[in-house]
Ligand binder design. Structure first.
Ligand SMILES: CC(C)(COP(=O)(O)OP(=O)(O)OC[C@H]1O[C@@H](n2cnc3c(N)ncnc32)[C@H](O)[C@@H]1OP(=O)(O)O)[C@@H](O)C(=O)NCCC(=O)NCCS
Length: 189
């Protein structure tokens, strides 16, 4: 793919490049304890802005990453994205290690007002197709805290299957440390 971040459109949602106008609403959702319930803590404004900075940089470098998500009636509503898993899966042994060192992970985060409309599944479905048909990846993984059943439901609607539970290596001793990994594999292209 060319490094220019494409705009992707579904029947209702749009995935587009980040704009400076997204920073305030993104910080507000990252400060919402309900949105951040399955993460160690809500994000500060600085950390939220830094996340957008990293997303923009990766998008400029590789042409894919975290897109800003636009939904009907609300405008900017969060992100969906693809990123290399930020830790090595190999030490976990099979079946996690079967996906290699740093497989590409699909993820999402939406403002509370956008939940319950199918927007995350519609948006992430565009990225599953991108990963499979354009990036021609061999597999996609996704993981979340064991209790985050809403996120696991999105994974399953996208066709990812539950592979295994594991302890997140960066959350040792934390109440959210137990995670579950879902994945889909595609035959060699
Ligand atoms: C995870 C998250 C994106 C899921 O959001 P969601 O709204 O449940 O998921 P979807 O957008 O796919 O919507 C599905 C729901 O919309 C409903 N829906 C309503 N209209 C619909 C339509 N036209 N088409 C499809 N689904 C529709 C579905 O029935 C389903 O409802 P249900 O949960 O009551 O079964 C959201 O909860 C979130 O952002 N959480 C905080 C961040 C987070 O935890 N991220 C993951 C960390 S790894």
């Amino acid at each position: 793919m060319t490094p220019a971040a494409p705009t992707l459109r579904g029947p209702r949602i749009t995935l587009r490049p980040w704009s400076n106008d997204d920073l305030a609403p993104f910080a507000a959702m990252n400060a919402d304890p309900e949105v951040m319930r399955w993460f160690p803590a809500p994000l500060s404004r600085d950390d939220s802005d830094a996340m957008v900075g990293r997303a923009r940089a990766r998008m400029a470098e590789q042409g894919w990453g975290h897109w800003a998500l636009q939904v009907p009636g609300l405008g900017f509503a969060g992100f969906v994205g693809l990123t290399h898993t930020p830790f090595d899966l190999r030490p976990f042994g099979p079946p996690l290690a079967d996906f290699g060192e740093a497989p590409v992970e699909i993820g999402w985060r939406m403002a509370r007002a956008a939940w319950g409309h199918g927007y995350a599944t519609e948006a992430a479905g565009l990225l599953v197709a991108l990963a499979r048909d354009t990036l021609r990846l061999p597999a996609l993984v996704s993981f979340t805290a064991l209790g985050n059943v809403r996120s696991q439901a999105v994974m399953q609607r996208l066709g990812l299957s539950r592979i295994a539970e594991f302890d997140h290596p960066r959350l040792a001793g934390h109440p959210l440390q137990r995670h579950v990994l879902h994945a889909v594999r595609w035959p060699a292209h």
